[in-house]
Write a protein that binds this ligand. Structure first.
Ligand code: GYE
Length: 327
């Protein structure tokens, strides 16, 4: 009797075990296709730089290159268009052909981007407009990241108003004609300049030291003894202008200078008494460019316009700050 019980028990166990083995696998539901989250290591970023015209630009290029390394992106495709829009357009086209993940474009001028931006859009490549603005419709790019150039111009005018409280005559050294930086600064400056200050003349120095020298020499010749102030669209042109002023025997402070950028060269010129106010424009955009690029690669929402917070620097603080300047 005992043995029969044991046998039944054994058989029951056997049957259960067999049933367990042979039971058909419950079909797993097909795995949902999780969209793969991209990382910095996946990123091929195109940066068709507009040129190497100034210390600001050098710092901007260095920031992009350094941060591409720091963030460990797969590849940075960097080029230098030597301030020529046609070179920049070819560089963008070459990046589209290579199928980059994101294009970050610092446009040399505002107009003339519609065609190539449309090509990038049709290829499904997101575009960040960096630094200067474009006039193209905002549906043709994803983000604009840079400075508020109009505000910089307004700040420059407020400084000029302060420096020439009784009014006077000034000349303007204009940046690249048609560039968002120069046009914005010029408009903002005129918006806030006091009525008792007259802009005698405005000529371009194309944001470079070399071109600012002859332009300043021509101003000094044409308006001898009449110039009380200069609004200069960047520190490199200010340094060129100062060279021309020195050669003409003008002393620091005789002509009040308001400049833009806040480069180390600008700080030195403040210490030496030549520049009376330097409106900050920050070129260190590398980290933001790369972080925004990753968001765009992952289809995340990004603010359409991201403006940098900036200030104005003065001669009194220049000596204390110059060593901490990164550009
Ligand atoms: O101020 C100038 C450079 O676009 C903000 O370009 C930039 C300007 C900068 O050449 O130095």
């Amino acid at each position: 009797m005992k043995n029969i019980k044991k046998l039944v028990l054994l058989m029951a166990i056997l049957i259960l075990a067999l049933a367990a083995c042979s039971s058909p696998e419950v079909a797993e539901p097909p795995a949902e296709e999780e969209p793969e989250t991209k990382t910095y290591e996946d990123m091929v970023l195109c940066y068709p730089q507009l040129g190497a015209e100034s210390d600001w630009r050098t710092a901007n290029s260095a920031s992009i290159k350094q941060e591409a390394e720091n963030y460990g992106i797969k590849q940075l495709i960097f080029s230098d268009a030597q301030q020529k829009q046609e070179n920049q357009i070819s560089a963008v086209r070459s990046c589209i052909a290579q199928g980059v993940d994101v294009i970050a474009l610092p446009p040399v001028v505002e107009d003339g981007w519609d065609a190539v931006l449309t090509e990038a859009k049709d290829a499904g490549i997101p575009v960040i407009i960096v630094d200067r603005s474009v006039s193209a419709d905002s549906s043709l790019y994803d983000v604009h990241l840079g400075s508020d150039m109009f505000l910089e111009g307004q700040r420059a005018a407020e400084e000029m108003n302060r420096l020439l409280p009784d009014g006077g005559n000034i000349v303007e050294l204009f940046g690249t004609v048609g560039s968002g930086a120069a046009e914005g600064r010029a408009d903002g400056f005129r918006d806030k300049l006091n009525d008792n200050i007259t802009i005698l003349d405005s000529q371009t120095g194309n944001f470079t030291r070399a071109e600012a020298i002859p332009v300043t020499e021509a101003f000094l010749k044409k308006y001898e003894g009449q110039i009380d102030g200069m609004f200069i669209h960047n520190d490199d042109m200010a340094i060129g202008a100062i060279e021309a002023l020195k050669n003409a025997g003008i002393q620091p402070g005789d002509i009040k200078i308001v400049s833009v950028d806040g480069t180390r060269g600008g700080f030195q010129a403040m210490i030496d008494g030549w520049i009376q106010a330097d409106v900050e424009c920050n070129p260190l955009l590398g980290p933001q460019v790369i972080e925004i690029a990753l968001k765009l690669m992952n289809g995340e929402a990004v603010e359409p316009e991201i403006l940098t917070n900036e200030t104005v620097y003065y001669p009194e603080e220049a000596a204390d700050l110059i060593d901490s300047r990164q550009y």
